[in-house]
Write a protein that binds this ligand. Structure first.
Ligand SMILES: Nc1nc2c(ncn2[C@@H]2O[C@H](COP(=O)(O)OP(=O)(O)O)[C@@H](O)[C@H]2O)c(=O)[nH]1
Ligand SMILES: [Mg+2]
Length: 212
């Protein structure tokens, strides 16, 4: 909770809504807070944002009984389809959270530096097996004493080559690298998207033509 999932969904909407047919499903336990935030942010036609109120452990609704989320995706497809991309944000993100691949084609796991630089080496299915690991809030690293180099090294070690991207969604709200990863996946090949360490200049530079 609080790692920046909704901020990333907003960033991806900003980056991709003009080129892709897009919709969003949010998950909250008792409210529609995240959907309300995204609608108020004006990042996408509000009708294309649906809220699922899980009413129970948020992991269950993305992993075990995915019916409510599948219904929301199918409703969006019926109303606005064909859609190129539906972003489903989970209502919880502790280290054991995973999506059923019956619900999603790809999983992005978002952690942030404020939890400490130990988090990647603690592992868990999201950190190790997600299709993309995003380590967010790099702007806070100096304030919380998180060593981004350690996080990059540990993440690479536990993920065996699966990609890792560092973001600061407050200082660079376009999340250009993540948007590029999504586009590469949609184009049918994510193989050219390599892991980038935070001290690698390429990680800090927005792709040409994309807002950062
Ligand atoms: N400093 C900083 N704050 C961020 C960043 N990304 C998100 N936040 C803030 O962190 C809080 C939680 O973000 P949110 O997207 O709601 O997290 P979620 O619970 O994972 O969906 C909000 O106050 C955001 O403004 C970031 O990169 N840097
Ligand atoms: Mg959220």
């Amino acid at each position: 909770m609080g790692s920046g999932k909704t901020a990333l969904v907003a960033a991806l909407c900003r980056a991709l809504a003009s080129t892709l047919r897009l919709a969003v499903v949010t998950n909250d336990i008792y409210t529609t807070e995240d959907a309300d935030f995204l609608r108020a942010a004006g990042v996408l036609d509000p009708a294309r944002i649906r809220a699922v109120e899980t009413g129970c452990c948020p992991h269950t609704a993305i992993r075990d009984d995915i019916t409510a989320n599948l219904d929301a995706v199918e409703d969006l497809e019926a109303d606005f389809g064909p859609l190129d991309l539906v972003l489903v944000e989970s209502g919880g993100d502790n280290l054991t959270a995973t999506f059923s691949y019956g619900l999603v084609d790809r999983q992005i796991f978002v952690i942030d530096v404020a939890g400490g630089d130990k988090v990647p080496r603690k592992g868990g299915p999201g950190v190790t097996n997600s299709d993309l690991l995003v380590i967010n809030k790099t702007d806070l690293a100096p304030l919380v004493g998180a060593d981004l180099g350690v996080m990059a090294r540990d993440a690479e070690r536990v993920r065996h080559g699966r990609p890792v991207l560092f973001t600061s969604l407050t200082t660079r709200p376009g999340a250009a690298e993540v948007a590029d990863w999504v586009l590469a996946v949609l184009a049918g090949s994510s193989r050219h998207v390599r892991s980038r360490s935070p001290d690698h200049p390429a990680a800090q530079v927005a792709a040409p033509g994309r807002p950062s």
